[in-house]
Design a protein around this ligand. Sequence first.
Ligand code: EGV
Length: 393
Amino acid sequence: MTVENSRLIVNIKSGTVDVEEANLTEFEYAAINCHVTNVADGHARQKQTRSQAAIIDDLPAVFRESERTPVDELEYRAHRAFFGMLGQTGYPAEHKDRIFACYASSVAMEILARALATEVSSLALVHPTFDNIPDILKGMHINLVPFEEELLHGGERSRVEDLVQSVGAVFITTPNNPTGRVLGEKRLRMLAEICAASDAVLCLDTSFRGFDPRAQYDHYSILENSGCRWAVVEDTGKLWPTLDLKVGWLVTSANLNLPVGKVYSDILLGVSPMILTLVRRFAEDGTAGGLVELQKFIAENREIVREGLRGLDGVTHEGDEVYGSVERVFMERRSSSDVWSELADSGVYVLPCHKFHWARPEEGDTSLRIALARDPENLALSVRRIREVLERG
Ligand code: EGV
């Protein structure tokens, strides 16, 4: 794929794409063959740690163990290890009819959306968020109402009640992508109570929670105690450099009363037993110190970006309270699609942010997202080129 001019990219999957029209994943396809300067997608592309590499060296044993063990036992071991690593001890571990292993969190999302659509015609979705979420929901003909982060995190209870009463379901990504904002314990409890009172389904996407200790309080005990109908999407896919071998889990409340199991069976039989074992091994490594090490690694990479762009006129970043594996760069005077095109010309791929703002794209017109789960040397090189383009102004 090549950059043809400042507006057009040739997309490896679907031909020519307009920079204004492409969705975020299409921007990510454009980057995927640039191993050194792809800071577009939020997948983990850093080198493995020593103990992670040891697991990969042990892959034949992982395969053999997976061959001879019943798959529900492998699923159980995998979710126990993964949910335990993330502090989610109140999840319904013993109810295998409520835990669905999927190839990816987007597949879990698709299954949830199809099940929701049998009952729900409108849904309040966090704004902004990664655009494949609104696109999947819209694909099921569900009407979307923006749930602004300001209202979600700080708005008066009565205003939240008004919004929830107007919809059949609520969908929140926490920590959010790309803002990194986390739904705190009190707000989750409040939202679950409100959803219970109006019989709205509360859906959470917690794919990025591994990076942020503030998102690792036990969400499931709060959801279970609230009595609301809920579904949670969990993801192993953002954390570890496993070449996209990953699991997305869909976990549901006992009272959800939507055909999740039926839709799941329409789409898949199950994920590979070998991947379940691999996930268990990486999660055990995470619990044994790997997760804290990863958080430190991301913090250092965030500093590489901030240091590398320091002092540029009109260029700012978020405060200190962000922990996600992506960093936003705010540019006072530059359009993100122009900067994206100039960067692509110099071989560096970032994400322009307008599509995250699915209800009002103009709000993302002057920001970029840089992925941090990369090797520091590659990240530093990308940041030097980004600085050059921004300096040209
Ligand atoms: C991010 C892309 C899709 C997604 C990337 C992502 N996947 N569209 N199914 O994994 O933040 O870059 O979440």
